[in-house]
Design a protein around this ligand. Sequence first.
Ligand SMILES: Nc1ncnc2c1ncn2[C@@H]1O[C@H](COP(=O)(O)OP(=O)(O)OP(=O)(O)O)[C@@H](O)[C@H]1O
Ligand SMILES: [Mg+2]
Length: 258
Amino acid sequence: MTLLSVEGLTRRFGGLVAVNDVSFTVSEGEILSVIGPNGAGKSTLFKLIGSFLPPSAGRVLFEGAVVSGLKPNQVARKGIVRTFQETTVFKEMTALQNVVVAHQLGVTASPLGTFFSSAAARADERRFRDSAAEILDYLGLGHVKDVEARNLPHGYLRALGIAIALAARPRLLLLDEPFAGMNPEETDRAVAMVEGIRKRGVTVLLVEHDMRAVMRISDRIVVISFGSKIAEGSPEAVRADPAVVEAYLGKDDETIGH
Ligand SMILES: Nc1ncnc2c1ncn2[C@@H]1O[C@H](COP(=O)(O)OP(=O)(O)OP(=O)(O)O)[C@@H](O)[C@H]1O
Ligand SMILES: [Mg+2]
């Protein structure tokens, strides 16, 4: 079943076409990666899908309904949730508190912000704590749940960002460079984590430069270069595609297929 359809999506910034007539679909349960050289338009594409930016042309459909034009929180409530290239956590709070707060922020849109006063709110708080603890457990962060975010190593901090996103109960999780800055061991753990997320029924759309991880984790890959889609297919097909190799030529740090 098609969960997400991107149709002719275009975004201009003045004279620059950051995303140029990009179309693709994401099936339910799939891990699909979007790759491309620096500045190709990947993060802009994510912002368009999450409605953090309006498209100049084209549209995004989620479960067959147009979501372009909705506000980011409305899109999130429909189940499209994105992490940011740099996730913000509350440094003075523990990992668990951060994920509890993420649950609470998810309900601030509900009428009457009497969150901390009523009995119902206290019940919510317990429910949120249980849910937050469960998310941290299955991401392999259970043992650091009481550690303040500022004391967490980089890899754990990134994983905490994903835990925060999962608090919103996404159907489609958009991850922008989740493995950036991770050492190989942290990356292995994070790859397993993303596979675990998919096993729990969350579809994953990933932007990532770490080709080893992308090739390992993706069911399909969409390649964009200078805003336009230049290839799409299985990791094997994309890796062997001359247009993709060409787009990556001259990039010392991003050689494809190793
Ligand atoms: N708000 C903005 N205003 C003007 N130009 C922008 C804006 N956001 C992005 N751009 C430009 O659009 C192009 C695509 O940027 P984008 O951040 O989407 O690339 P990217 O593929 O995510 O790159 P990276 O791999 O480095 O994260 C770049 O040329 C960038 O400078
Ligand atoms: Mg980016």
